[in-house]
Design a protein around this ligand. Structure first.
Ligand code: FA5
Ligand code: MG
Length: 437
């Protein structure tokens, strides 16, 4: 059974990358890289490749556009809307749970919103500052970003990085309680628990002011110390603990104090499952600034965001996140609406390992290299990890060695196709300005 440590993948790469787009603290970088200047030559190269698809909504040729054809192809698959697939099964179970709670409040089910949003909704409405690491093009797929790599603006358009991107729109529509599910996109490392697209469910519930008091008569400190704020946090915790019991049976849980710019206070829920603590969701009492932004300064409530793959991998014993995207009948036929069953692996085909080493340019972003891995190999790349790093003091240059694991989930790979992918990867890596060793 797969384990989910709190910080999965403690490879060298993840020391740099872990949580870069998690809406919490900025990541700790191994080396302090200077401000990134993407040479005009290289971006022209990239643009040329992208401009090839003229009709695309996602590949626009805009200066900041970094959506690749591989990612574009994954948009709109709607895995969460298939009732006979693990993600759809869990989604339905959670929706049923929330709408069977002893309360007059019904949660609207929203699951068809366009993943193409603007930075205003995805970041600014949620008080995420323009210099937050989650807004960097190394972490996020931009459709348009007129300021290029350097300058972030509310007008940028992008593939949503979390379902919180819809909070403000749905609250402005006057909804008091909702569950909003969708595919979210993050440029990230490559391993069994990370795929550039995964699914989140956002939950929001606003409370009757008669119950929690009028926050407009209080200072921020008074609100945070008030019985109303306490009541909302307690309701949030009780409701989410109940959801975990519903899905997993009674399990051991713990609350971790967290930081999100858009909730205050903020928490993360972990459950102890198969010998390990696993982060299931982030949540909190909605920040007053978010409610001010949607014209509801007199209202308060809670919000949470959970990852469906995380839950599904554990509940169905699915060992690799790529499997959710498989159309192989040996996978799809195993699941039925309403039922949580244990996945039976149909075969494990042998992996093939290859290393690639290069000297880094000043502006190197590992995520750019991983992206090329996705583009060249698609789902045939299982893992890309940094296995060696050293700096040559004379040259003043740093070298990275990455180990690439090639493996198909459906068949054996031939030597020729692995070699072809490896050669292409080496060739394409030079687009990033690296010097192969
Ligand atoms: C967020 O995305 C916040 N928007 C959550 C939130 C919503 C907080 C509302 C407060 C109020 P975070 O980046 O931690 O937070 O992701 C939330 C959940 O998504 C995680 O707990 C995890 O279950 C899931 N998740 C995050 N990254 C991945 C990943 N790479 N693969 C699979 N699941 C992931
Ligand atoms: Mg988190």
């Amino acid at each position: 059974m797969r384990r989910f440590p709190r910080q999965p993948m403690l490879t060298l790469a993840s020391i740099t990358l872990a949580n870069a787009h998690v809406m919490t603290h900025p990541p700790v970088r191994m080396t302090s890289t200077p401000a990134r200047h993407f040479s005009s030559e290289r971006s022209a190269l990239k643009r040329g490749r992208m401009a090839a698809t003229a009709e695309s909504r996602f590949i626009t040729g805009n200066v900041g556009n970094n959506v690749t054809p591989y990612i574009e192809n994954l948009v709109g698959r709607d895995l969460h809307k298939n009732p006979d697939q693990p993600l759809g099964i869990i989604k339905a179970k959670i929706e049923n749970y929330f709408n069977s709670l002893d309360s007059d409040m019904k949660f609207d089910v929203v699951d068809s919103l366009d993943p193409l949003v603007d930075a205003q909704r995805c970041f600014d409405d949620l008080l995420i500052p323009t210099d937050h690491p989650g807004r960097k093009p190394s972490d996020t797929y931009y459709v348009t970003r007129d300021g290029g790599r350097e300058v972030s603006s509310a007008a940028d358009t992008l593939l949503r990085t979390h379902t919180s991107a819809h909070q403000s729109t749905l609250m402005r529509e006057g909804r008091e309680a909702f569950l909003c599910t969708g595919d979210v996109y993050r440029r990230d490392e490559i391993d069994a628990t990370h795929f550039p697209v995964f699914h989140q469910m956002e939950g929001v519930k606003l409370f009757d002011p008669a119950l929690v008091g009028d926050p407009t008569t209080m200072t921020r400190e008074e609100w945070l110390a008030s019985p109303g704020c306490e009541l909302i946090a307690a309701d949030l915790k009780k409701t989410l603990e109940g959801m975990c019991d519903e899905l997993f049976g009674p399990v051991e849980k713990r609350w971790i104090d967290e930081y999100f710019p858009f909730t205050e206070p903020s928490f993360e829920l972990e459950i102890f499952y198969n010998g390990d603590w696993m982060e299931v969701l982030g949540c909190g009492v909605i920040h007053s600034g978010v409610l001010d932004n949607v014209g509801k300064p007199d209202r308060r409530g809670w919000a949470f965001g959970l990852g469906l793959e995380r839950l599904a991998m554990v509940l169905f014993s699915i060992p690799d996140i790529r499997l959710f995207w498989s159309a192989d009948k040996r996978f799809t036929k195993q699941f039925k609406e309403g039922q949580i069953t244990t996945f039976k692996p149909y075969s494990k085909y042998p992996p093939c390992f290859k290393d690639i080493s290069f000297w880094l340019p000043d502006d190197f972003e590992p995520n750019d290299f991983f992206e090329i891995g996705r583009e060249v190999c698609g789902e045939l790349v299982e893992n890309m990890s940094l296995v060696d790093e050293f700096t040559n003091p004379k040259k003043g240059k740093t070298s990275h060695c990455y180990r690439i694991t090639y493996r198909s989930m459906d068949r054996s790979l031939t030597d020729e196709e692995v070699n072809e992918m490896q050669n292409k990867l080496r060739e394409r890596a030079t687009d990033l300005g690296v010097e192969l060793r």
